[in-house]
Write a new protein. Structure first.
Lengths: 68, 250
């Protein structure tokens, strides 16, 4: 059980990392792109736009923590 | 299409894919060491050979879009983690070498979990190289099969692709030494940017988006993310207190 839990923790850290919001946000961005598809100017802008928001939000949270 | 044009078209199209794979392997190898990314590359090439040998011309039945979404999504998550830490370091919110301690801890956990099979392998580097080479390798195989079958000569298309791969690999070996002299956090920053760029491109393309300029959009994304990252570093520096181990971070 300990090995299983350790593996689960390793896998989580491996894929999700320090900020789970980033992983969830990436899934949402790709899902939105899939829904929009070729409409709304090609939908190519959705992922970069959300990536900037996710990165800025994550950095803001991290800098607030490091400053407190 | 003449013989020369078929080889040239296959060479150029495969060369673009090979450069993309090489960029990822080179970037990860320079930052995390060469052993694990080279293992990842070798395993991807074995898997690729097996897939091509089993499927052959039926290769076009593989759902490449689904593969792009999965690989792109994971690269994007990994890339954003690297970029986030590099920006925090460059802006003074994080010490330079703390990631090494975290990495050692994770490698120790991986060894405990995986037993002897996991010992000494940097799974991050392995997986990133594996995914990049497998996806790009599959795209090269697609190019060979589609160009070759349309023009009635798969061997000629394969020769063009093989020549492109040799040229790209030789170029990669030549640029490895000068790149290894680049400061550590600059390299980490670059890897984060590259993974985020490729992850965005592949993920969105797999999800159904059409990139303006096709593969040239990769350069546009890279410049865009670089500019955004620089702005974020400048903004964060205003609120930073000096980190003791931060030297020469850019």
């Amino acid at each position: 059980m300990t090995r299983l839990a350790a593996f689960g923790r390793f896998l989580y850290e491996f894929v999700v990392g320090d900020d789970p919001v980033i992983a969830v946000g990436v899934v949402v961005a790709l899902a939105l792109t899939a829904v929009v598809g070729d409409r709304a100017g090609g939908g190519f802008w959705i992922v970069p736009a959300l990536v900037v928001c996710l990165l800025a939000g994550s950095l803001r949270r991290a800098s607030t923590r490091s400053g407190s | 299409m003449s013989t020369v044009l078929l080889v040239a078209a296959s060479f150029l199209a495969s060369g673009v894919e090979a450069v993309e794979a090489l960029t990822i392997v080179l970037a990860v190898g320079l930052v995390r060491g060469w052993r694990s990314p080279l293992y990842g590359t070798a395993v991807a090439l074995v898997a690729l050979t097996a897939v091509v040998a089993v499927l052959g011309p039926a290769l076009t039945a593989i759902p490449l879009s689904a593969l792009r979404v999965v690989v792109g999504g994971l690269l994007l998550v990994f890339g954003l983690q690297w970029l986030r830490k590099a920006i925090l370091r460059a802006s003074g919110h994080k010490a330079l070498h703390d990631e090494d301690a975290i990495y050692r801890e994770q490698a120790e956990e991986a060894r405990l979990v995986g037993g002897t099979a996991g010992a000494g392998i940097d799974w991050y580097a392995f997986t990133i190289a594996f995914k990049g080479v497998l996806l790009e390798g599959l795209e090269v195989a697609f190019i060979v099969v589609t160009f070759g079958s349309n023009q009635g000569s798969i061997p000629l298309a394969a020769a063009g692709a093989a020549a492109a791969i040799v040229v790209v690999v030789v170029a990669g070996i030549k640029v490895r030494a000068p790149l290894s002299r680049v400061p550590e956090n600059t390299l980490k920053f670059s890897v984060g940017l590259l993974l985020t760029t490729f992850g965005t491109f592949w993920g969105a393309e797999g999800a159904g988006a059409n990139w303006p300029g096709s593969d040239l959009a990769i350069l546009g994304l890279l410049v865009f993310y670089l500019a955004v990252s620089r702005v974020l570093v400048l903004l964060l520096r205003r609120t930073a207190t000096p980190a003791p181990l931060l030297t020469g971070a850019e």
